[in-house]
Ligand binder design. Structure first.
Ligand SMILES: [Zn+2]
Length: 253
């Protein structure tokens, strides 16, 4: 069994054929999905999906891209959602200095306040960080102890070491299959198997051979195959270990 620990099945890209997408993933061996909130609305939608489908769990949070539009009263709404049944994490939250769609100050403020929500609720974090590794670590370190996964890992060896030293999990997407992604494959090699999780980030980041098309959780099979090649272990071992990690991290029953 595989677990897609980060997907956005609530997004409009799936509104025509959501049930078929979920069925295809299950046929490909996906046993659970963690649907990740990116805005207040998508966090609510994530909870609705979790209520509707037994195999879907929800994470609630607001992406750094939306930090500028985040209002004080929205925090109460996130807290309301966070106590709902099957909410297993706060995220995705973090910093994105690559696209800088919101000001760094607002991103940092939002990140810090949502970390506090996670701590109050004893939930782990799903962290998004892009070209903001140093500041991300600074904010996370100030809030330790924390449980966190760094999603769609894109950092270097040093950032990986720092994250592992804090006990964080690392999750990789299908972008490790891209021809030019040798640096990312090196990071997969350096990540111990007991800290590694798999995610599609669907509808984004379709694997090599499918680039430019909508991604979907069934494609996680190709990701697991790539990890098995990189680590020189069987597909079954990748599936077993990453599933164990995801169950432990998100406390899936
Ligand atoms: Zn995402």
């Amino acid at each position: 069994m595989l677990i897609d620990t980060h997907c956005h099945l609530d997004f409009a890209q799936f509104s025509e054929d959501r049930s078929a997408v979920i069925r295809r993933a299950e046929d490909a061996g996906v046993g659970y999905f963690v649907n990740i909130g990116a805005t207040l609305d998508s966090s609510a939608a994530s909870c609705e999906l979790a209520a509707q489908y037994p195999e879907i769990y929800a994470s609630v949070g607001v992406h750094p891209h939306d930090a500028d539009g985040f209002k004080e009263e929205d925090l109460a709404k996130i807290k309301e959602l966070a106590v709902k049944d099957k909410v297993v994490a706060i995220g995705e939250i973090g910093l994105d200095y690559f696209r800088n769609l919101s000001s760094p100050e607002n991103q940092e403020r939002l990140f810090a306040s949502l970390i506090e929500v996670a701590k109050d609720m004893s939930l782990p974090l799903v962290v998004h960080t892009r070209q903001a590794e140093e500041q991300t670590l600074k904010i996370l370190k100030a809030a330790m102890p924390l449980r966190a996964v760094v999603h769609c890992f894109s950092g270097d060896e040093n950032f990986l070491k720092e994250c592992l030293a804090l006990g964080f999990f690392i999750s990789f997407t299908c972008n490790i299959t891209y021809k030019k992604a040798q640096a990312l494959r090196d990071m997969v090699e350096s990540t111990p198997l007991d800290k590694l999780m798999l995610e599609t980030d669907a509808p984004y980041l379709s694997p090599e051979g499918f680039r430019g098309k909508r991604n979907e959780p069934a494609q996680i099979k190709l990701l697991a195959e790539e990890v098995s090649r990189i680590k020189g272990i069987s597909f079954e071992e990748v599936a077993e270990r990453t599933t164990e990690n995801a169950k432990l991290f998100f406390k899936l029953k």
